[in-house]
Design a protein around this ligand. Structure first.
Ligand SMILES: NC(=O)C1=CN([C@@H]2O[C@H](COP(=O)(O)OP(=O)(O)OC[C@H]3O[C@@H](n4cnc5c(N)ncnc54)[C@H](O)[C@@H]3O)[C@@H](O)[C@H]2O)C=CC1
Ligand SMILES: O=C(O)[C@@H]1CCC=N1
Length: 280
């Protein structure tokens, strides 16, 4: 089966911001053939070395002329930090027309505030992908404001479906999605760091500990997907009474592992809400 998807737009796609999430999205979008690299324009605050790096790696166009990119983009993807959003979008005031589609990946910042900064009633789709976009495995949530037409929502959905799964949600839920699956890859990497480190500390070759850990994570994810069984049931199937897993889980429980993970996700969600309010 081909990995390629038909091109989703003949127009120009601009990225305001050229950081980690943009690189992950570019990589996924181009791998899937969603559009030609020469239809993509990337811009950032003033780091021309970074722009050159993206041009070399992906063949996209890059410029520090943000206003030109904003004006010429049929789809403008906002990928700047929440703290920079106000300044950056106020700079674009007067350049955006209601015919353009704005897609934001900015954590915490509501569509109402983006529209206010841009000074125009335009279609805005707020999204929360994650960096697994680079390998076509993002878990993305998205929500459209009242100006988005059905075909624009369909286009954005196709764009994110090409780099992972998509859930359309109420806008308030995006803050939870930010804490859960936007930040989520970092929690998994943190666990993997600990597992690999423990394997090596206990005496395994580091590369072998890495391979065993990764295969364990992939295997567990596939078990959850393919059997559709509850994680608690799959956990019990691994846990022989009085055995090694029970001994290990008891230690995790003594460190309140589940409480820690729950608190982390709730705190990240709260932080998304704080950022939306803090930077307005
Ligand atoms: N990194 C991640 O896993 C994810 C990040 N996000 C969101 O994406 C946004 C970007 O995050 P990262 O890529 O991680 O950040 P980053 O720090 O790697 O990149 C930010 C980019 O914005 C540019 N920038 C700053 N001010 C600007 C301005 N005034 N005009 C134009 N460009 C400007 C910077 O030059 C840089 O290229 C954030 O709002 C974040 O919440 C969303 C999903 C996942
Ligand atoms: O850490 C952050 O704020 C961003 C949003 C989700 C992932 N990274």
């Amino acid at each position: 089966m081909s990995n390629q998807t038909a091109s989703i737009t003949t127009g120009q796609i601009g990225f305001l911001g050229a950081g980690s999430i943009v690189e992950a999205m570019l990589s996924g979008i181009l791998k899937k053939g969603l559009t030609a690299a020469d239809r993509i324009f990337v811009t950032n605050r003033n780091n021309s070395e970074r722009l050159e790096q993206l041009t070399d790696a992906y063949g996209v166009n890059a410029t520090t002329d943000k206003l030109a990119v904003a004006r010429a983009s049929d789809i403008l993807i906002l990928a700047i930090k929440p703290k920079d959003a106000g300044e950056a979008l106020l700079e674009l005031r007067g350049t955006i027309s209601p015919n353009q589609l704005i897609i934001s990946v900015i954590a915490g910042v509501p569509t109402s505030l983006i529209g206010e900064w841009l000074g125009v009633d335009c279609p805005i789709i707020r999204t929360m992908p994650n960096t697994s976009s680079a390998v076509g495995l993002s878990a993305t949530g998205l929500s459209a404001n009242a100006f988005v037409r059905p075909e624009q929502l369909a286009l954005a959905t196709r764009l994110f479906e090409a780099i992972g799964t998509v859930h359309e949600v109420a806008e308030e839920e995006l803050d939870i999605i930010t804490g859960l699956s936007g930040s989520g890859p970092a929690y998994i990497y943190y666990l993997v760091e600990a597992m690999m480190g423990a394997g090596a500390t206990a005496g395994l070759d580091r590369e072998m500990a890495r391979q065993l850990t990764l295969q364990t994570v992939i295997g567990a994810a596939h078990m959850l997907l393919e059997t559709r069984a509850e994680p608690a049931l799959l956990r019990r199937q691994v846990t022989s009474p009085g055995g090694t897993t029970q001994a290990g889980l008891e230690v995790l429980e003594s460190y309140r592992f589940q409480e820690a993970v729950t608190a982390a996700i709730l705190r990240a969600t709260e932080r998304a809400r704080e950022m939306g309010a803090q930077y307005r």
